[in-house]
Design a protein around this ligand. Structure first.
Ligand code: GLN
Length: 466
């Protein structure tokens, strides 16, 4: 009840697309059979959680913040949603996002932008009525709604999705923990795809311990997602007092990237020093191909988007334009024009261009090769005895809407993914942790990147820092 009243209190932040508060009892009944069956322990009993509006929820609208799906009531639950319910959690709402998870600000949503609770450093945003839209800070994206749900204490955990940073970026801007699990550790069944080979459900919480608890519930093979790992998930128990003295931490030298703010750099150095003092071994390492990850991601993302979005034809599936001429082509074109925003349409166009037979090798295949090189860089570093890498999560603290959407910032907003995208391309786990405040009083996040399936190592390191 406390959580729900917080959610109402912070309504002005626009982080929910659908509140499902009233369905609580219904959700419980649905999984009643399972409880009665005996030996099932409900580890999240009574815990409120929120899920991004790109996870399917039975009978509850799943819009992807797009006109195309604004009338979509799925007939089934995504595996992660079902696991939440089966473990006694209450799904309290669907969270606002960038349309089809394309973006890093949660500013491109048909439901309007999500606002960051740290705006003006005021914990009590309910007093704020007169703020120019451009002065609000962005929540980050594309899972901005989920980050705000957790940051405001409206729920205990929230699901985001992470294709190129969409869980870690908003978690960093909102001062919470954001975990991107190893690719395939958590089922994507019922998560509306952005880039199938990069997407993972992401977990947002206020502590590393909570993230481990949620991961333990959600991880594991799913017959409904053939890309999930076959090996059983080993229950993660974090150390009561993590010891970092045995850790060998790599600091990728190329991650001193253009645009990295002085305060982020200072915070990064400070934390490196803390680890060093605690006895950890620190080494400078090289990930030479990471610098190409933005272009590589751009090509792969557009190509998969072009193919994934073809299903929204307004005929079988998606919004149907009513005033189109009788021809199927017109109906298709008009429905897609009305149903999808410019970002989405732009990526579809670019993707189809990259996939043309004459361009295929030069763009798509080339991007696949670069992806392999980026992955090999990580493997090399880990084979030298490094246990985990420590990097910033974003270049700066949260910008305002005005800054973020200004013309000259367009490239900079893409560049914000520079530390997160290589991790998706390599399928590795990573977690962002809040490490302090910038001089403006806004949260800064650092990221630990682990080896495949080494969630326990990175979460322990995160817990030590908290
Ligand atoms: N910002 C990236 C994009 O726009 C990543 C999004 C994501 O991880 N879903 O595609």
């Amino acid at each position: 009840a406390e959580c729900l009243s917080r959610a109402k209190h912070y309504e002005i932040l626009n982080f929910l697309t659908t509140a499902t508060f009233d369905d609580f009892e219904g959700q419980r009944e649905n999984s009643e059979k399972l409880f009665k069956s005996g030996d099932h322990v409900r580890t999240l009993e009574g815990i409120p959680v929120a899920v991004k509006d790109n996870f399917c929820t039975t009978g509850v609208k799943t819009s992807c913040s797009s006109h195309m799906l604004n009338n979509f009531y799925p007939p089934y639950n995504a595996t992660v949603v079902q696991k939440f319910i089966d473990n006694g959690a209450y799904v309290m709402g669907k969270t606002n996002m960038d349309e089809f998870a394309m973006g890093s600000g949660t500013v491109d949503s048909i439901h309007g932008p999500v606002r960051n609770p740290w705006t003006f450093n005021l914990p009590d945003v309910s007093d704020i009525t007169e703020i120019k839209e451009s002065d609000w800070l962005i929540a980050g994206g594309s899972s901005g709604g989920s980050a705000v749900a957790v940051a405001t204490g409206s729920c205990y955990a929230a699901m985001g999705s992470d294709t190129g940073g969409s869980t870690r970026n908003p978690a960093a801007y909102c001062g919470i923990v954001g975990l991107k699990p190893t690719y395939g550790l958590v089922s994507r069944h019922g998560l509306i795809p952005l880039v199938n080979s990069l997407d993972v459900p992401g977990i947002m919480t206020r502590s590393a311990e909570d993230a481990a608890a949620v991961l333990n519930v959600l991880a594991g093979h799913d017959i409904l997602d053939s890309t999930t790992l076959q090996t059983p998930h080993n229950h993660i128990e974090l150390d009561a007092e993590p010891n970092v003295a045995d850790l060998h931490i790599g600091i990728p030298k190329e991650y001193h990237a253009p645009g990295l703010s002085a305060e982020m750099l200072a915070q990064w150095d400070k934390v490196i020093e803390m680890f060093e003092k605690a006895g950890a071994k620190i080494s400078s390492v090289s990930l030479p191909h990471s610098q190409y990850s933005i272009v590589c991601y751009t090509v792969l993302c557009a190509a998969e988007v072009a193919s994934n979005m073809a299903r929204y034809d307004g005929l079988e599936y998606g919004k149907r334009a009513t005033e189109a001429e009788k021809s199927t082509e017109m109906l298709y074109a008009t429905s897609r024009h009305q149903g999808l925003n410019e970002v989405v349409r732009g990526r579809i166009l670019a993707g189809n261009y990259f996939l043309l037979r004459r361009n295929y090798d030069q763009y798509f295949m080339q991007a696949q090769r670069v992806r392999r090189l980026i992955t090999e860089d990580f493997n090399n570093v880990y084979s030298q005895g490094i246990d985990l890498l420590l990097t910033p999560t974003t270049l700066t603290d949260a910008p305002s809407f005005g800054e973020f959407t200004s013309e000259d910032n367009m490239t900079q907003s893409q560049q914000q993914d520079v530390f997160t995208q290589p991790v998706n391309l390599a399928g590795l786990p990573a977690v962002t942790v809040p490490v302090g405040l910038s001089p403006r009083g806004l949260p800064l996040g650092l990221q630990f990147i682990g080896k495949l399936k080494a969630e326990r190592t990175i979460l322990n390191a995160a817990k030590w820092l908290e």
